[in-house]
Write a protein that binds this ligand. Structure first.
Ligand SMILES: C[S@@+](CC[C@H](N)C(=O)[O-])C[C@H]1O[C@@H](n2cnc3c(N)ncnc32)[C@H](O)[C@@H]1O
Length: 259
């Protein structure tokens, strides 16, 4: 099986290119069923068809995971109850992470509360065996907080030195139009989110599988964090965009492109 490759292909058609029990981490950010334009019809299915399609690809990717593997899926509230319930019949659910996109308060809905979050499900194949490295993603305390916790019950506590668990509400700004990492894609995810997922849930030199690469954020994070990647993207233009993004990242990291 090849590694560090993204196939410009429907993931359901290409899934046999990936060996069973070979993947450390799946990160999936499928079309949300909200009618976004990805240059194809993938986000235009009706409620029932959208759910059935999700169940099909989920069934196809789970066998690819090692026993120690984890699966993260990005969703919105519109479909997360059904899709989480479905995955829970096959895997152990560990977290529902709320990604607060830090949407500024400007007008918004007038007949209900404005929706400003995405939902990320975190599942493990085996609750006792899944890989998780909390220390790599702890958030350091600032000096003032550390100082405020000098009471004897805190002295010598590992978490005070290493930082705290990021918890399950992640307040990370969505990518603005002017942001340096911005690519031409309607639902590009911030690298900061992928870094946190990959560092905590895939060992160094392990293999991350993203069935819906979009702009290749998962691949970029894998490269930056010394992990391998594999994945699919249906849209030819996005696939070319990913190739360029990977080339640029490797240049920035001073990779020897001739190796
Ligand atoms: C939500 S976006 C992923 C965005 C990505 N996480 C990023 O940070 O750029 C979903 C992507 O899946 C692609 N896609 C939709 N159906 C697909 C399929 N059957 N196989 C492979 N890719 C597909 C779309 O073209 C779109 O780019």
């Amino acid at each position: 099986m090849k590694k560090n490759i993204i196939y410009n292909e429907d993931m359901l058609k290409g899934i046999d290119k990936i060996d069973d029990n070979s993947i450390d981490l799946i990160v999936a950010d499928p079309p949300y069923g909200l009618g976004k334009d990805y240059g194809n019809n993938s986000d235009k299915l009706k409620y029932k068809e959208h759910l059935e399609w999700n169940y099909r690809w989920i069934d196809a990717v789970i066998p690819k995971l090692k026993t120690s593997g984890s699966f993260y899926i990005f969703l919105t509230w519109q479909y997360s109850p059904e899709i989480f319930s479905y995955i829970k019949t096959k895997m152990e659910m560990l977290n529902e992470i709320i990604w607060d996109r830090r949407v500024p308060s400007m007008g918004g809905s007038t007949r209900k509360f404005s929706s400003v979050h995405d939902t990320i499900g975190f599942f493990a194949k085996d609750r006792k065996k899944y890989y998780f490295d909390l220390d790599s993603i702890r958030i350091p305390y600032d000096e003032a907080t550390k100082k405020a916790r000098t009471r004897s019950i805190f002295v010598g506590k590992k978490w005070l030195e290493l930082g705290y668990n990021p918890k399950d509400i992640w307040s990370i700004s969505r990518i603005h139009a002017q942001a340096p990492e911005r690519e031409k894609h309607p639902t590009q995810k911030p690298l900061k989110i992928l870094d946190r997922i990959i560092k905590s849930s895939c060992p160094k030199n392990g293999l991350v599988f993203d069935p819906f690469m979009g702009t290749g954020t998962t691949a970029i994070s894998a490269i930056k964090n010394d992990r391998n990647y594999i994945g699919f993207e249906l849209n030819k233009e996005y696939s070319l965009l990913i190739e360029n993004r990977i080339k640029k990242t490797k240049q920035e990291l001073n990779y020897n492109l001739f190796l």
